[in-house]
Design a protein around this ligand. Structure first.
Ligand SMILES: [Zn+2]
Ligand SMILES: [Zn+2]
Length: 595
């Protein structure tokens, strides 16, 4: 089965799920049932809530339906007729979707998407599987017997259409694969992913918190979490500095005029947090930094000798994500970007892009991530979302392609995945569980300089249009940390760990010695802390392991009298034994940041 067939099979499985729920819960109102990564879900509103235990019962019913190899039969009927059909069956959500289809020509949610619809359809397609009928565009398998192996995995709450204030539904998730073995492997991975869930580990490690008073999607970073963010950011900054970047600082709000000029207003106005001043002016919280940075470039006349100008800034941006879409650190409303923009001449574009590329490779290698590149392009069949002509874009894409070929890197195409102002090289990191995450990006932009009239004065004293390169290494620090926590199961490399060394005393008698040692370690530049609680030393070591501290030094009488140190190393059975006068040198060497 190829990817497309798998999707069709998974989506068909969602129909079977809805059919089973309909049989088991008379009066159920059905939402939507799309395909997601490795599987599918269906949103349902049942008279009595579905419980985790019920999932087995639903699975059994699904097996019954599949065993009958019931066919999927398509039927095309008039929109009004379809509305009547679902209204009679009290399927209010389907009626709402059909009415949207009738009035707006789409069942999609956002206003932005509504702008792009073509002719409004006058019919709807229904799919019949046995008694069960669903509104759907298809395609599906021919009969239920073609569905592979599946399993219902979890239940979650979901607002109808993802909007806070809409009815709360239940989302039943399932996965489906071609073979039993694929399913087994996936379930093992899923168990491991659950154990590593950053929402659970991040809390145990005390890195961040959320407050009802502050609001959903707005993480608050504790001292430990902040330390971690700063160390990561500094790692990126030190590399950028080697390549001639300079730091800049911009305000977090702007007049909307800035985004009208950049084109962001047209594209993203629904995702912006807006502020009206007492004088009635409209401001917005910045959702990106590029337009602000253009104004720093443009604050004085630039000679070709001043180029490239390379601006870096790690700063928060704000996006009004829908409450239902928020999740841990992976989807938040305040996003910290390690952003940078290079303003350069056409002749400098490749060299500058390659420098960014170097930083990306060095950074991700330090964590053992494997990178894959996606060349994200325009969609020649639909140029509406993009600034510029197809011919221009074909040229832009060819340029990036030539770099990939020169470097001899395998890559895949991302049709229609470009930014509205230019194509991108998107870097996908593969984590230790084989999952893929979109992380760093290099974007070459000739539109923004055009819109803001950015130029330099060249050798012939003429104004020359410049090029802007957008570059983020971590992308969003929140998302990167979520990925890193799950990739390492919270056991960060020693150079990154917020606490590198914990000193655990065997009894209170050794606290003065331990305090003295702690002071020495901190003075040497190590992040050390003391556990001088009354707990037994075994418990202290377990607590340190829970917090994923790389080294725990146990202090008893032998150590206090000048004997060798016994260090409990996280994740290792054997203690490390180090002579007293070697301790600091050993730890410092082991906490060296990769370069
Ligand atoms: Zn369907
Ligand atoms: Zn940018």
């Amino acid at each position: 089965m190829d990817e497309e067939q798998l999707k069709i099979m998974r989506h068909s499985c969602a129909h079977i799920l809805a059919a089973a729920v309909t049989e088991l819960y008379p009066g159920v109102k059905l939402g939507v049932g799309p395909v997601v990564d490795q599987g599918f879900y269906y949103d349902v509103l049942t008279p009595t809530p579905v419980t985790e235990e019920d999932l087995v019962k639903i699975e059994e019913k699904m097996h019954e339906i599949i065993a009958k190899a019931t066919t999927f039969d398509r039927e095309e009927i008039g929109l009004d007729q379809a509305i009547d059909f679902f209204r009679e069956r009290h399927q209010d959500f389907k009626v709402e979707l059909l009415k949207d289809l009738k009035e707006k020509g789409t069942t999609k949610i956002s206003v932005e998407e509504l702008a792009d619809v073509g002719d409004r359809p006058d019919t709807a397609s229904l799919y019949r599987t046995g008694e069960f009928v669903d509104l759907c565009r298809g395609p599906h398998v021919q009969h239920a017997g073609q569905i592979g192996v599946f399993k219902l995995t979890k239940l979650a709450g979901a607002y109808w259409r993802g909007r806070d204030g809409n009815p709360q539904m239940q989302r039943i998730y399932g996965v489906a694969f071609e073979t039993e073995q694929q399913l087994e492997e996936y379930l093992v991975m899923l168990e491991e992913a659950k154990r590593r869930d950053h929402r659970k580990l991040g809390k145990e490690m005390g890195l961040y918190t959320f407050s009802e008073l502050v609001g959903a999607g707005l993480p608050l970073w504790t001292p430990k979490g902040t330390l971690l963010r700063n160390i990561l950011d500094d790692f990126v900054w030190q590399m950028r500095r080697e390549y001639g970047y300079q730091k800049v600082t911009i305000p977090h709000i702007t007049k909307k005029d800035l985004y009208e000029t950049s084109g962001h207003w047209e594209k993203f106005k629904d995702d912006l947090f807006r502020i009206t001043t007492r004088e009635g002016h409209e401001f917005v919280m910045k959702p990106m930094n590029c337009p602000h940075h253009t104004q720093i470039f443009d604050c004085e006349k630039r000679s070709y000798r001043d180029l490239p100008q390379r601006y870096a800034e790690t700063t928060m941006v704000y996006r009004d994500e829908q409450t239902g879409e928020l999740s841990g650190l992976t989807r938040v409303r305040s996003i910290t970007q390690d952003d940078a923009h290079v303003f350069c001449r056409e002749t400098q574009v490749k060299e500058e892009a390659y420098k960014i590329w170097d930083i990306i490779e060095r950074f991700y290698a330090a964590f053992g991530f494997e990178l894959e590149v996606r060349l994200s392009t325009h969609d020649p069949a639909n140029m509406k979302p993009y600034l510029g002509t197809v011919e221009q874009w074909d040229g832009y894409v060819a340029e990036l392609k030539s770099w990939l070929e020169e470097k001899g890197l395998p890559y895949r195409m991302g049709l229609g995945e470009a930014a509205f102002y230019g194509p991108k090289l998107d870097f996908m990191a593969h984590d230790s569980l084989g999952r893929e995450w979109q992380v760093a990006t290099i974007q070459v932009d000739r539109n923004m300089p055009e819109r803001f009239g950015l130029h330099c004065v060249n050798e012939h004293s003429e104004d020359e249009r410049i090029v802007m390169i957008h570059a983020a290494i971590m992308g969003s620090i929140e998302r990167f940390l979520a990925v890193l926590i799950e990739h390492t199961a919270g056991a960060f490399p020693a150079w990154l760990a917020p606490v590198q060394v914990r000193i655990a005393t065997v009894s209170q008698d050794f606290v003065p010695f331990a305090e003295q040692l702690g002071t020495e370690l901190v003075a040497a530049g190590l992040r050390a802390e003391l556990d001088d609680s009354d707990e037994k030393v075994g418990k202290k070591i377990r607590a340190a392991a829970m917090a994923k501290v790389p080294w725990t030094i146990v202090i008893g009488s032998k150590e206090a009298e000048g004997g060798d140190f016994k260090i409990n190393v996280f994740g290792q059975d054997e203690d490390l034994v180090v002579a007293r006068d070697q301790l600091i040198a050993t730890l410092l060497e082991a906490t060296q940041r990769p370069s």
